[in-house]
Write a protein that binds this ligand. Sequence first.
Ligand code: SAM
Length: 240
Amino acid sequence: MTPEGQELLRRGGQALGLDLTPHEEQFARLLELLRAGNERLNLTALKQEKDIVLKHFVDSLTCLRGGHLDGELRTLDLGTGAGFPALPLAIVRPQLHLTPLDSIRKKIEFVRSAAQALGLMQVTPLVGRAETLGRDPAHRECYDRVVARAVAALPVLAELALPLLKVGGRFVAQKGPITPEELEAGQKAAREVGGQLTEVDPFTLPLSGDARTLVVLEKIRHTPAAYPRREGVPTHQPLF
Ligand code: SAM
């Protein structure tokens, strides 16, 4: 990583109240791996160092706002893609037990090899669809937290994420700007699958000023057996 990239990482971290200096080497290695992986696998549209540092690394860590991920929590990253937010989270929060999930095998193979290269032993990547996992007793209602960045609209996410959470668990959605209509639909969907909307936290991404919103849904009762519906249905026929 260039000195400019390091400085960006440091300042981005500071703006989030995080000292990333002890983790610089791991982030530099992740940047290298991502660039090398991108040449072979076309993993992410972002190619410039400053974009990767700010819009992948720092942006991923914004889900730490509000303290929802403090502790030894079993956490699933739904639709992790090339490992975001899972890999930056694993670097700065080694106490989290992280399961990055994606339906695309080549992405998960990248996440697995990156986690190994970075010595992130607490990361267990998984290929699969959230709809299937949500019906599998080995995963249904087994997680303390689910996170998702840039995956789907809130009502879709509610149906995919809430079945995976234990009662009392929380889903933290990392979104861009969100409309009142999407929030209302998300709130209704959450209720249908056993959750409730507990927090809407609008903020700007440090150093870029881009609008972001963290939305938190809490699981307050068991999800009815009918959910999640079969693969693709939550996306094509959202609950609300
Ligand atoms: N979270 C990553 C990020 O912020 O860079 C990736 C975002 S990408 C736009 C959305 C990812 O979600 C894709 O890799 C896609 O394969 C995955 N995805 C979408 N729906 C899914 C589902 N139902 N189950 C598992 N993965 C899913």
